[in-house]
Design a protein around this ligand. Sequence first.
Ligand code: PEP
Ligand code: MN
Length: 352
Amino acid sequence: MLIVMQAQATEEQIRRVCDKVESLGYRAHSMPGAQRTAIGITGNKGEVESGTLEEMPGVQEVIRVSKPYKLVSRDVKPDNSVIKFPGSPVTIGGADLVIMAGPCGIESREQAFATAEPLARAGAQFFRGGAYKPRTSPYSFQGMGEDGLKIMAEVRDRFGLLIVTEAVDYESLDLVEKYADMIQIGARNMQNFSLLKRAGRARKPVLLKRGIAATLEEFLMAAEYIMSEGNYNVVLCERGVRTFADHTRNTLDLSVVPAVQRLSHLPIVVDPSHGTGKRNKVTPLSRAAVAVGADGLIIEVHHDPDRALSDGMQSLYPEQFDALMVQVRQIAAVLGRNVAEAGTPVPATVSK
Ligand code: PEP
Ligand code: MN
């Protein structure tokens, strides 16, 4: 159920409607939009008795939402969501494309700094890197844990990059929420519903990666889990799905970008690194992702990919990332969107 408020409804009227919804035993989600505020109702088992709500001052109409997802839907919020980061000019979902880049995993302070410096210089906004790595083998590098998060926080201070990193369980989510600017939920955890709910109670935006074999509806329902707990700052990420094709690690499903944009107001970024698993395919698919209308890219880059402890085969060399940025900047311009210029001031010496 969705309550659409009149364009001129006052804050007080919106608050009264929310209070009324809560007094009926449901949860009210007030979603301000460009034209009007809508209030999503969740927690109802069946039809909500809409009569009294319809008569309240400031209410335009009460409508039934037939789709299984409600808060992620454009029915609730027709205009695109733009995610903001306190104290930073960076946004996701507006005219500026967001570029997130960094190694698969944080391996040492030297590696993180040596990789971050050229990324900041090339115009990236976010430094990515896992401190908790969900690996297929228990014998593979599992990440540095909290020490890795501390290194990322230092990278933020040194280079002015925002930090996005994965949480794999409750314990790591507490720490990621403390150190990072954005909490990544990985493909393997897209349907870890208790983790999604915990992310929904976090105070930081969430980057939600599409599950390895998730349909569009399952992907949107995972975002709905997060939003239903009150965290509306969700960015979706297409990272490839499992198919019969074996020329790439996964099949990057770029058609999901316009499909998501039709149904949802949430931003969507593309990860061509996990989407292809091959370094030589990352730049072409990055170009395609920007052309298809993605709100940004998340790219694995390593200062020495041949010695990376994870995903070296799909990690770009910093020079390749520079070239990628030059290309996607031109493609973005065709669509009236911007990729930040190279030349972000970076202090001259990198402290060890
Ligand atoms: C990652 O971003 O390093 C990662 C593990 O991604 P995914 O969850 O998409 O496999
Ligand atoms: Mn990786």
